[in-house]
Design a protein around this ligand. Structure first.
Ligand SMILES: *Cc1c(COP(=O)(O)O)cnc(C)c1O
Length: 442
């Protein structure tokens, strides 16, 4: 029997305090707002959605906001809106949620994956530039796990090559890069507002832009009842209520009503999360082998700390993997920690091999010149391929309650101090990305 809970010792915490983590935070104003939508039977209109858009646009510091039924469709609309189409390529980081880029395939475009910076987990500008071809049309920039992407470098590359930029702000609503709000850098930004994200209103998404043409294209793509607002008789003959994408992307108005209330408290909520997470890090930052991932530039932040990860150096802990270390942490603290992050997308046959739409060849290359294969070979994106073995997820504290956060600090200190009790059995099994690596055929 050792000191660690996982080796038979007494855990630091006996039970997890649900209130410390419960999300989203629902107040009476939200309850009343959604009840009113239901009672008036106004779930499928656009009046509340338009009010939400107006408030959101002003908070987001952009001219136009267009609400969507989810972030995936907001991103798909953004890709259509910048003109991504057959034979085009869009560059995206391999380590992100699939919805950042998968919709490109339905537009006839191919997704080209680039690598991440191993320390920030954000798009690596050098890898981005190395993946540009004459067919590249756009860059999908994800502010991954609440950390801002290096926008100065990315914008410079986009300008040099004449590329469109779409920001995926699903992890960082209200965040900043060098004092400027995320979602205001690219031609257009889109984001998820679903229940687990920092800006949580239920299923929902938002597209924001300053560009009237991009807004218009997003409307005609999936908002049948608003085409009349943006298209003139000269532009379209016949009925003007047929969405070009054949899609219906309208937001449920209970989400919009809740969103109007969330806007009033979002900045205060993410500020409290920021204080809580920084308090946690103050208690553990001297432990060798772990390091916080946080932007170094003045005026940059990690708004909401959504799915936040930190770096874990197994070598500093006797070769114990992040998976085993995480199990020991969760035994001390009744959960709250996690290991790894998203599995690299460039391992998925969806982007290279599967004939999704019946073109008689892989969808990804259906519109590319013969012989062009955009597949990233194993080893080509080394940071993306290794990241799942190098990161841990810290508990997502919603309240700056020091007495309740202290046990998590103690748990980390305790596991780090007694790491010798852990067995490095099976610890060479690389997780997630590694599993795919071994299965992948050339
Ligand atoms: C959640 C998420 C999406 C998709 O949003 P939904 O609202 O779930 O459709 C897109 N991109 C990223 C990075 C996400 O995390």
């Amino acid at each position: 029997m050792g000191k660690l809970a996982i080796t038979g010792g007494t855990p630091v915490l006996k039970a997890q305090d649900e209130g410390l983590f419960h999300w989203p935070i629902v107040n009476d104003a939200m309850r009343a707002a959604q009840a009113q939508v239901l009672e008036t039977g106004n779930m499928s209109g656009t009046d509340i959605a338009r009010r939400f858009e107006a408030s959101f646009a002003s908070w987001q510091e952009r001219k136009y906001a267009l609400s969507h039924n989810n972030g995936t469709n907001a991103l798909n609309a953004a890709m259509f809106a910048v003109g991504l189409g057959p034979g085009d390529e869009i560059i995206c980081t391999s380590v992100t949620y699939w919805a950042s880029c998968t919709g490109a395939l339905a537009l006839g475009a191919a997704v080209v994956f680039c690598d991440i910076d191993p320390d920030t987990l954000q798009m690596d500008p050098a890898s981005l530039e190395a993946h540009i071809t004459p067919r590249t049309k756009a860059i999908m920039v994800v502010h991954y796990m609440a950390h801002p992407a290096p926008m100065d470098e990315i914008m410079a590359i986009a300008r040099k090559h004449g590329l469109k930029i779409i920001e995926d702000v699903s992890h960082a609503q209200g965040g900043h890069y060098k004092g400027r709000k995320l979602g205001t850098f690219g031609d257009v930004a889109a984001m998820s507002l679903m229940s687990c994200k920092s800006f949580a209103i239920g299923e929902g998404g938002m597209l924001v832009t300053d560009d009237a043409e991009i807004f218009k294209r997003a409307v005609v793509f999936g908002h049948y009842d608003r085409i009349i607002d943006v298209c003139t008789d000269e532009e379209m003959e016949g009925p003007k209520n047929i969405p070009w994408g054949g899609l219906k992307n309208r937001m449920h108005q209970t989400s919009a009503a809740i969103g109007l209330e969330q806007l009033k408290k979002h900045d205060a909520e993410i500020a409290e999360i920021d204080r809580a997470m920084k308090y946690f890090w103050k208690g553990i930052s001297d432990i060798p082998g772990i390091s916080m991932i946080y932007p170094k530039e003045e005026g940059s932040d990690k708004a909401g700390w959504y799915a936040s990860r930190f770096l874990y150096d197994a070598a500093a802990f006797g070769g114990i993997s992040n998976v085993t270390f995480c199990e020991a942490l969760n035994a001390e603290a009744c959960g709250g920690f996690s290991f790894g992050c998203n599995m690299p997308l460039h391992f998925s046959s969806v982007f290279f091999d599967i004939d999704i739409y019946g073109h008689g060849r892989p969808t990804a290359s259906a519109f590319l010149p013969d012989g062009v294969d955009l597949r990233a070979e194993t080893g080509a994106l080394p940071n993306a391929e290794k990241v799942n073995m190098r990161v841990l997820g810290e508990p997502w504290f919603k309240h700056d309650d020091h007495a309740k956060i202290d046990p998590y600090i103690e748990a980390l200190r305790k596991v780090a101090a007694n790491v010798g009790e852990l067995q490095p059995i099976n610890d060479t099994t690389p997780i997630l990305g590694g599993i795919a690596l071994s299965k992948r055929k050339k």
